[in-house]
Design a protein around this ligand. Structure first.
Ligand code: 5GP
Length: 215
């Protein structure tokens, strides 16, 4: 089975970073595509691990060189997925987990139609707001921008194949893990199914007698 991209989208505060980290910690068959962004690092974030933090000019140079599989402006900053990140993870035989916004997801799927799209819903508006305020790393204006964006992002849920309510991390993790198991055995993803079936049919043909004994 070929590895595939797994797109996780959710409004800010939807818990997708935590879920992505859990997937990476627990599953050896997934890798992470580290995105580029022009926003400033927050808290403990590290360049090269959480994001590639770039200046706007450096971002635009990469964009103009065609280095991105998708890119979008989110909350006033530029974000993008490098083709080299995605192909690098595929090169190790693992699925690629990506945390990208709804505009990026739409673009990405046009180049990688085999992608699995998962939308994480917060259990309630209160939880979403408290997760956002709990960060304490953003200005009031930035928080307002994210709340407005959250409302708009919720409207894009229809473009996703799966919707997971992130009320309990373990439960949400279990659902995402089940999605990956099921997607891995999708008929279209399995190589040589017809060859395998032909082999079985040939073998059965040898066992089926031309004139079955009458009883
Ligand atoms: P944050 O600044 O909170 O890390 O992310 C803000 C938003 O940008 C989130 O909705 C996140 O999914 C999105 N985002 C992060 N990386 C990318 C990316 O590479 N491409 C796109 N299109 N969106 C991204």
């Amino acid at each position: 089975m070929s590895p595939f991209p797994i797109i996780l989208s959710a409004p800010s505060g939807g818990g997708k970073t935590t879920l992505a980290k859990l997937l990476l910690a627990r599953r050896s068959d997934v890798g992470y595509s580290v995105s580029c962004t022009t926003r400033q690092p927050r808290g403990q974030e590290e360049d090269g691990r959480d994001y590639h933090f770039l200046s706007r000019t450096a971002f635009e140079e990469r964009r103009d060189a065609g280095a991105f599989a998708e890119h979008a402006e989110v909350h006033g900053n530029l974000y993008g997925t490098l083709k080299s990140e995605v192909e690098g993870v595929f090169g190790t035989g693992r699925h690629v987990v990506m945390d990208i916004d709804v505009q990026g997801a739409r673009q990405f799927v046009s180049s990688y139609p085999e992608s699995v799209l998962i939308f994480l819903l917060p259990p309630s508006a209160e939880v979403l707001v408290s997760r956002l305020l709990g960060r304490k790393t953003e200005s009031a204006a930035a928080t307002q921008r994210r709340l407005t964006a959250a409302r708009d992002e919720l409207a894009a849920v229809g473009q996703y194949q799966y919707v997971v309510v992130n009320d309990d991390l373990e439960r949400a993790y279990g659902q995402v893990a089940s999605i990956l198991e099921a997607e891995a055995v999708r008929h279209q993803r399995l190589p040589m199914v017809s060859q395998r079936v032909r082999g079985l049919v040939d073998e059965l043909n040898r066992l089926i007698l031309p004139h079955p004994p009458t009883t």
